[in-house]
Unconditional design. Sequence first.
Length: 117
Amino acid sequence: MNNRDVYALMTSPAMGKSDGMDAADLRIAADVGRLAVNDYLRGLAAIGNITFWACENENYTDHVHDLEALAVLLKHSAHMVRATSFYSDHADYMADLNDNSDDFEPIPPGASADEII
């Protein structure tokens, strides 16, 4: 995996690039996703602290416009964190499949539980 960032993590499956990734690349992608989720949450907490203290400052006059911009950012940030977490988990799952591909036998369509066991 040449590009180890969140954009690459989240667009690889949609672009069909994750199919050719080996287990090590998928594990790296999963780690990138987990780090990004942590960074998102730390950044959101920092934004909350800065916003609170800025609004407490009587010399700060542009808080209405800044709070509107922050509201829009925060409105979408939770969804971005969830999506990043999902793709990180998906990359781990795909790596597990790659690691265990010799042991993996697909279930035939229409098979009953008795036939599988």
